[in-house]
Ligand binder design. Structure first.
Ligand code: YH5
Length: 257
């Protein structure tokens, strides 16, 4: 899954057509580099991020979705707002990537009326404050229990099991030790055999290990992507598609499937 960031920190942020054109070009490069799936995100969920208005999120997202209608790979939209989910689905999105796991009022209904896929992710707290005091007695058990409860909520809301993916949410209200525990025990999140999606690309946990700034986390990002796939991840959400694909091809050649 190639990341396509539509937030102003990655573009000029004026919401004009030039931003959309640059994002579309980036998305097409991600596909050329080997992405089987793209994740479009128009609201930052980095630690400390301030929420984006509905209007701004839609203005950034919809022109890019329209421009990728014929791109040949499924498009996921990273949003927790029900209105954005509905608009994204109307504009051809194949998947909703919800960092709030359908906890926003109206989110279940927004997704239930379609046939798109849905990723349910764990987050403790909210982006603005989630890294201030992550707190668990058993991070793996608690994240697993949360995901089980969200699967139940989705099923009860009329979303078929076949549409679901799960994500323990690396970096979303977790210390380095929490993230490492989750990676060590990744198999425990495969509830009912649902596919796992994981995102660790360039994240601060890699800074905590390597001491590198965000522009120098490529090797660490490839290493964790490979470790995640080895531990059962079905999809890795990454910035550096070409390099990650190369690493995964080597792994695949060795394991022979
Ligand atoms: C994820 O893990 N993450 S947005 C801070 C960084 C670098 C990257 C420099 N959306 C996930 O990518 N969706 C995001 O420090 C996600 N799983 C799913 N399903 C955060 C991000 C990032 C944050």
């Amino acid at each position: 899954m190639g990341i396509v960031n539509l937030t102003p920190d990655s573009f000029s942020g004026d919401g004009l057509a030039s931003d959309a054109q640059r994002a579309i070009a980036h998305a097409r490069r991600q596909i050329d580099a080997g992405a089987d799936l793209l994740d479009l995100g128009a609201e930052s969920s980095r630690p400390g991020a301030i929420p984006t208005s509905l209007e701004d999120e839609l203005a950034r997202l919809l022109p890019v979705l329209a421009g990728l209608a014929d791109c040949g790979v499924p498009i996921s939209v990273d949003t927790y707002k029900p209105e954005v989910m509905r608009a994204a689905i109307d504009h051809g999105a194949s998947m909703i990537n919800d960092i709030c796991a359908l906890r926003m009022p109206g989110a279940i209904e927004a997704v239930a009326g379609s046939d798109c896929a849905l990723c349910l992710m764990h987050m403790q707290g909210q982006p603005l404050t989630m890294q201030q005091q992550p707190d668990y007695t058993d991070v793996v058990g608690e994240v697993r229990a949360f995901l089980e409860a969200r699967v139940s909520a989705a099923l009860a809301g009329g979303i078929a099991r076949e549409r679901l993916l799960l994500d323990p949410g690396f970096g979303f209200g977790k210390t380095l030790e929490h993230n490492l525990s989750m990676l060590r025990h990744l198999d425990r999140f495969a509830i009912d055999g649902l596919p796992l999606l994981v995102g660790m690309s360039r994240k601060s946990m890699l800074a905590a290990i390597t001491g590198r700034p965000v522009g120098e986390r490529l090797a660490a990002s490839i290493a964790v992507a490979l470790l995640a796939v080895e531990r059962g991840a079905a999809i890795v959400r990454v910035h550096d598609v070409r390099e990650t694909c190369d690493a995964l091809r080597v792994w695949q050649a060795v394991v022979g499937d």
